[in-house]
Ligand binder design. Sequence first.
Ligand code: PEP
Length: 257
Amino acid sequence: VLTRTPLIAGNWKMNLDHLQAIAFVQKLAWSLDDAKHDFDAVEVAVFPPFTDLRSVQTLVSADKLSLAYGGQDISQHESGAYTGEISGAFLAQLDTKYVIIGHSERRTLHGETDEIVAAKTKAAIGHGIVPIVCVGETSDDLEKFGPSAVPVAQLKVALEGLKPGADMVVAYEPVWAIGSGQAATPEQAQTVCAALRAVVSEALGADAAAATRILYGGSVKSGNIAGFMREPDVDGALVGGASLDVAEFAAIVRYQK
Ligand code: PEP
């Protein structure tokens, strides 16, 4: 049986400058080291602002940390006249393993469409960076269309034209649960994550569906993570607010303890 390694991912959003990032990553590494965390059993990744990535890379390589890291966004373009954008080539050069794509804040505040999300997903894979494709419905969507319709439609577009074989992560993040303190129930998360796995299966085949990790995100804390992780189609969490506190994030990572 194919087993998916759970992934706990901390999205810092626009928090922690590069000096704070160094201190945070050191403390997190010490904390998990003290707890003898098995990174092969539960993978851990942090997503600092772009300006922190070089510092995080330096620290991770110097101290040989098992912590992964990634960018919070990627340009769909290779290079050129795109002021403020960051190319996948630059991210790959900093050994970023992952990149978050289509976070609800990018979609609502920066007008990212499903088509842009699809182009960014291709760009990431083209650079050997694992995309974490975020999908999720608003509370209005939930009322009008039910739980799975909008995230399923978003993911279908994001996967268009992809070939099976590339490592990929999907994050189900109901917009109403992000930063609201009102997490989905484990049952709600399971329902949508199972529907998303079916989308991956239809688009890329059963093997890809079995290998793809699907995360839940939205007000995850140390007190509710275990419930999500018990669900068969929830393979980890994308954590916002609670990822900014070392002890709290380390407790989420150690949800089995
Ligand atoms: C997020 O922004 O990805 C997120 C899940 O935020 P929070 O954990 O704060 O709800």
